[in-house]
Design a protein around this ligand. Structure first.
Ligand code: PMP
Length: 406
């Protein structure tokens, strides 16, 4: 075994020696490790990955099938088909009005939110530049920044105290982190993994900060419709001026249960249109038309589906928070939005070990908080976009485990 391992190591380093440092810097995902450990365990309730348990509604899939049958199998517009860009503009106007209608020219269809994010980052930074990322944060922000050869500067968010604590941005830490290499700040609200939803005042503080330092804001508001006390979360759209440096990655993945379709969009100033078209051309060369037809059906006819998903998320949030609070031994801020609960269990500071134990002993698949940055150490992320019956079972299993392991 030793010899075999040695040979593999030598073989690996022979190849890795020839790889670009920025590609080598890209970290492994801390979520995948636990997912691989437990994915085939019978009876484990999987809460580690950020997606709904619902398949895409059939009226959405049917639009893609019709498109394929109609022979829409050719290259297409780099920016996305006009009908979809118009529908996105209408939908955004309905959700973020009343204000000037959004022009379809602001919207660029991409291969999921991830590709939109990658293009946004590519526009604002490169090797040697720094991006500010308040953490705990979705690990793909850091991964995409590192893949550019740029640096991630984590600024820990603060968790308040008391029975019902809240996360907040540490503006002083952000100020202290700015230097001539800083290009952008990534703000994800509602947050994956925290469920923290920025208030308008918090967004205003970030906007003032970004204006003062001439920074871009990458505003990831993909969970904007998953809010529990309003139709949508506060948004930079509510406060921005036309010349503010803000890019919005977006996705069809979560609202319409389309994670596997890989379709999203980037919202950006019209003046960047040709540049974004070029970046699409030289990365993916566009998005499959049948996927775009499906997305069009989703955005035009999917309001009831989204409302039901949000209702379910609220019910699940309430159920988990009530059960966890009753243990008296779990530390968390009740999420205002999104579909994640970020929590720690008193006496269990090693979240990676805890996550492995919960697979084995409680049949629960949670993502370890360390995967979301140093500020996530000691916590777990649970995705609750599942059936309320399953979430009730999770609440039962976890509280029983906590009681047994007090
Ligand atoms: N932003 C955030 C905060 C996310 O959680 C995700 C998905 N986990 C995305 C962007 C990207 O989604 P996708 O690439 O699946 O469209």
């Amino acid at each position: 075994m030793q010899v075999e391992g040695g040979r593999n190591t030598a073989e690996r380093s022979r190849w890795l020696d020839r790889v670009q440092p920025s590609a080598l810097a890209v970290p492994d995902s801390g979520i995948v490790e636990i997912f691989n450990y437990g994915r085939n365990r019978e009876g484990v309730i999987p809460l580690w990955v950020g997606e709904s348990d619902q398949p895409t509604p059939s009226f959405i899939s049917a639009a893609a099938i019709r498109s394929l049958e109609a022979g829409e199998t050719f290259y297409t517009y780099q920016r996305g088909i006009p009908a979809l860009r118009e529908a996105i503009a209408r939908d955004m106007t309905a959700l973020y009005g009343p204000r000037e209608a959004f022009s379809p020219e602001r919207f660029f269809v991409t291969i999921g939110g991830m590709h939109a994010l990658q293009i946004a980052m590519r526009i604002v930074g490169g090797p040697g530049d720094e991006f500010l990322v308040p953490t705990p944060a979705w690990p793909n922000f850091g991964g995409a920044i590192m893949a550019l050869g740029a640096r991630v500067v984590e600024t820990p968010m603060r968790l308040g105290s008391g029975v019902h604590p809240r996360w907040s941005l540490d503006m002083a830490a952000l100020e202290a982190a700015v230097n001539p290499a800083t290009r952008a700040i990534v703000i994800n609200s509602p947050s994956n993994p925290l469920g923290w939803t920025a208030t308008l005042e918090e967004l205003e503080a970030v906007l003032r900060f970004a204006r003062r330092h001439g920074l871009w804001i990458i505003a990831d508001e993909i969970y904007g419709r998953f809010t529990f006390d309003a139709v949508r979360a506060p948004s930079f759209h509510d406060i921005m001026a036309a010349d503010d440096l803000i890019l919005f990655p977006q996705t069809f993945s979560k609202n319409w249960a389309m994670t596997g379709w890989r379709i999203g969009w980037l919202e950006a100033p019209e003046a960047l249109g040709q540049l974004i078209e070029n970046l699409v051309q030289y990365s993916t060369s566009g998005v499959a038309v049948p996927s775009q037809r499906a997305a069009l059906a989703a955005i035009e006819g999917g309001a009831d589906f989204v409302a039901e998903q949000v209702r379910r998320a609220r019910q699940n949030r309430d159920m988990l928070c009530a059960a966890f609070e009753a243990t008296g031994r779990m530390r968390f801020a009740a999420p205002d939005g999104g579909f994640y609960l970020f929590c720690g269990i008193e006496g269990y500071p090693d979240a990676r070990r805890l996550a492995f134990r919960l697979v084995d002993e409680a049949g629960i698949g949670a993502a370890p908080g360390d995967a979301f940055g140093a500020a996530g150490a000691g916590s777990l992320r649970l995705c609750f976009a599942r059936s309320p019956a399953q979430i009730a079972e999770v609440a039962d299993r976890l509280t029983t485990w906590v009681a047994r392991n007090a």
